[in-house]
Design a protein around this ligand. Structure first.
Ligand SMILES: Nc1ncnc2c1ncn2[C@@H]1O[C@H](COP(=O)(O)OP(=O)(O)OP(=O)(O)O)[C@@H](O)[C@H]1O
Length: 438
């Protein structure tokens, strides 16, 4: 039976979720504060952790850090209000598996929980669930992946959370001469300092408390193939030193062992952060950075992928139809407009979640705006205010909204829209492509 820990300070809401999960065959433990939860996790392991973001004595992210430091690797889901969605996105960088926005729809919660519990298997599947996109940025991206795949260069993939860095890494592996050997992905954000070295390089029995058996490190497991290290910026300084040595000498030494093992592994890393800042602050070694960054691939945020947004929407609708046994064939104009205007801070991951929720809530063949989180509309209206000091961002948001509204007004007649907007048609086309407006 799946054992879930919920930290939620709203007692009524906590009991509602508890009741719902019990009814669906889960075992549930409730805590109303971090303090209480920390005592519980000292004594018990859970298969799944469901944390509210705002708690009386801290945040769900504090709880996430705490359990990771304790070496618990179980999936963590953060529950948050839509206003905190950017923070929730951050929690994914820190090792949460997913987030869900309040008000919580019980079926959606069940879906997110089941996905989280089965995520490992999902990511091991082939790339059939993925599409590349057709925008100019997508073309450039895959051209770069193609070029570098056949080499043995270390590749650093940079991009906001949820832009598809792991998918890009896997594509690179599948196009390389290592394709038939393992592709091992490690989320460095989910590893405590202590566990990271043992996870990467292995350990021998008794080398530290908790090392009850010998353990092979992922470097050895990935031998001949590709090791993908996600959220590389989270590795501690000591592990960075060990990693640099492994890369330079192609030799690893498990913790507590004198034996050195030769390994042949291609390293692909990913980060959301600008590592040059971490280097300046002394948190990331510059020599390691250069060693990892023999070739950089930049993944564009979804809001800059132009027409790809619609391709991804259709793709995720079809995937969700299959997964949830639904038959959504159309998205009505208002819902589509909202999907296109929203700025997707959580990128493809957020889009995939929102579409899945939309499909879940749409029993008919047409999905309407009611199936989208109400807060998306609020977020759109609040966008310029939330970026009040970023003039460029404010201008872009206003420009996108104005173009979309004008096109709506003139029923898509681009000559008329260009005239009203006082720009030429070519400029209008390039702006539409940039903002993903059809
Ligand atoms: N090209 C794609 N086609 C379809 N789905 C995609 C594509 N790229 C990413 N996704 C989906 O988007 C989600 C996020 O992708 P992924 O985990 O690769 O992003 P990421 O940039 O590595 O995220 P993070 O920064 O949080 O590690 C996943 O659910 C994945 O299935």
């Amino acid at each position: 039976m799946v054992n879930v820990l919920i930290i939620e300070d709203d007692a009524t809401f906590a009991q509602i979720i508890e009741g719902f999960l019990l009814k669906n065959g889960f075992t549930v433990t409730l805590a109303t504060s971090l303090h209480q939860a920390y005592k519980i996790v000292e004594q018990q392991e859970f298969d799944l952790l469901l944390f509210d973001y705002r708690l009386p004595d801290g945040t769900g992210i504090d709880a996430l850090n705490h359990v990771r430091q304790k070496g618990q690797k179980s999936p963590v889901i953060i529950m948050t209000s839509f206003n905190d969605v950017r923070t929730a996105v951050k929690s994914i960088q820190l090792g949460a598996i997913d987030y869900i926005t309040k008000p919580i729809n019980p079926d959606e919660l069940l879906m997110v929980i089941n996905n989280s519990l089965h995520k490992k298997e999902d990511t091991d599947l082939s790339n059939a669930d993925f599409i590349k996109g057709k925008s100019a940025v997508a073309d450039k991206l895959y051209e770069h992946i193609n070029l570098v795949a056949s080499t043995d260069m270390s590749v650093l993939i940079q991009g906001e959370s949820g832009t598809g860095k792991e998918f890009a890494a896997k594509t690179l592996h599948l196009q390389s001469k290592r394709a038939k050997k393992p592709f091992i992905a490690i989320d460095c954000g989910a590893l405590s300092k202590e566990l990271a070295a043992s996870e990467l390089f292995g350990h021998i029995k008794g080398s530290f408390t908790g090392a009850v058996n010998d353990k092979k490190g992922q470097f050895e497991v990935a031998n001949g193939g590709t090791l993908f290290l996600d959220e590389i910026g989270n590795l501690s300084y000591e592990v960075q030193v060990k990693l640099l040595r492994a890369l330079q000498e192609r030799i690893i030494q498990p913790i507590g062992s004198n034996k050195q093992t030769k390994v042949d592994v291609r390293i692909v890393t990913a980060t959301n952060d600008d590592l040059t800042n971490s280097i300046k602050n002394g948190d990331f070694r510059e020599d390691l950075y250069h060693r990892l960054n023999e070739f950089k691939i930049q993944l564009p945020p979804l809001r800059e992928r132009g027409k790809d947004l619609e391709l991804f929407i259709n793709h995720f609708v079809q995937l969700s139809n299959t997964e949830l046994g639904r038959n959504v064939q159309e998205i009505d104009a208002a819902a589509k407009d909202l999907l296109i205007k929203y700025d997707w801070p959580g990128n493809l991951r957020e889009l995939k979640n929102v579409i899945k929720r939309m499909v879940l809530l749409s029993p008919n063949s047409i999905a309407t705006i009611d199936a989208l989180p109400e807060e998306m509309m609020i977020a759109i209206n609040a966008l310029p205010k939330s970026n009040q000091s970023d003039l460029k961002a404010i201008n872009e948001v206003n420009e996108k909204a104005l173009i979309a509204d004008t096109l709506l007004k003139v029923r898509g007649n681009k000559s008329k829209a260009a005239k009203l907007l006082n720009i030429d048609r070519k400029t209008l086309y390039s702006k539409m492509e940039r903002y993903g407006i059809e």
